[in-house]
Design a protein around this ligand. Structure first.
Ligand code: SF4
Length: 218
């Protein structure tokens, strides 16, 4: 029998109810998905439907005995909302919809999500893709961020928010889509091999030095 955490259920205040957050790649939903979520939210009388910072829709206030049934009826993957892994991959509309877009942020975000969402790592790891320097997906405060420029993708690494916010460091620019997709696993592999348990990439960079990371990935 799975433990409650393995069911993707997060205890809520008072520890009598739970929230679940299905995986919604890059926050893109359909009318059908919204109807399904709304129907299930009504059926199981959730206390709230909360759009999260990771662009998921959490169902909040579920009873423990309903969690398995809710997941079965949703038929969706669990969002990696907790644990030492690749949590969220945020992406702005990019050239798909935004007049300011310089690169296809949504397409790139979807590719990164398919490749890395939930991958186990030494620490929490978040990714974001912004289609231009306005940086709406907040790539500069993510462990791995891409920012679209006219010449290609700029790569920034080691950013995070939280108790000790840190701005990401630039490590490459002018990359094509293919080059950016090849760059991501180099950073992830170096982080997986170098970080101590629970150490965010930004902290690791401060320990080993940015040049060590650059040498390893370039
Ligand atoms: S980062 Fe740029 S491309 Fe993306 S939504 Fe913001 S303005 Fe548009």
């Amino acid at each position: 029998m799975l433990k409650i955490g393995e069911k993707g259920a997060i205890p809520q205040k008072g520890r009598t109810t739970y929230a679940i957050a299905p995986h919604i790649p890059c926050g893109v939903v359909t009318p059908e998905l919204l109807r399904k979520l709304a129907d299930i939210a009504e059926k199981y009388q959730v206390q709230a439907m909360k759009i999260t910072g990771a662009t998921r829709i959490a169902l909040v206030g579920l009873k423990e005995e309903d969690i398995d049934s809710v997941w079965n009826e949703l038929g969706m993957d669990k969002g990696a909302a907790v644990g030492l892994c690749v949590r969220s991959i945020r992406a702005c509309p990019g050239t798909t919809f935004c007049t300011m877009g310089k690169q296809d942020a949504l397409g790139m975000g979807m590719k990164l999500d398919a490749l890395y969402h939930g991958a186990q790592l030494p620490g929490k790891f978040k990714m974001a893709v912004s289609g231009c320097k306005i940086n709406c997906a907040e790539s500069s405060v993510r462990d791995f961020g891409l920012i679209g420029e006219a010449e290609g993708w700029k790569v920034v690494v080691g950013g995070n928010v939280g108790v000790t916010p840190r701005l990401a460091d630039e490590v490459a620019k002018g990359l094509t889509d293919e080059q950016a997709l090849e760059f991501a696993p180099k950073v992830i592999t170096y982080y997986a091999e170098t970080a101590t348990k629970g150490e965010r990439l930004g902290k690791m960079i401060e320990r080993v030095g940015l040049n060590a990371l650059k040498s390893a990935v370039q």
